[in-house]
Design a protein around this ligand. Structure first.
Ligand SMILES: [Zn+2]
Length: 74
């Protein structure tokens, strides 16, 4: 009787663990998909070599900069 209960608990724990573990993967795929849709790519700053997203980057003379300071914009 006790053995049956242990098996049952292990089974529930296994299913529960699998469900919890599979969730972040699903979330990650969803996030990556939305990231691809918005075409948000990482670009390297021409001055300090810091990687910034294309949305946040400042484009000056066809080159990407992480901030106004790096771009030389006052
Ligand atoms: Zn920079």
């Amino acid at each position: 009787m006790l053995f049956k209960i242990i098996i049952l608990i292990a089974l529930i724990a296994g299913v529960y663990y699998f469900f919890i573990k599979s969730k972040p993967i699903e979330y990650k795929t969803k996030k990556e998909k939305s990231k691809k849709d918005s075409e948000d790519i990482m670009v390297e700053c021409e001055k300090c070599k810091t990687y910034v997203s294309s949305k946040e980057a400042i484009i000056k003379n066809g080159k990407y900069y992480c901030s106004k300071e790096c771009a030389g914009v006052n």
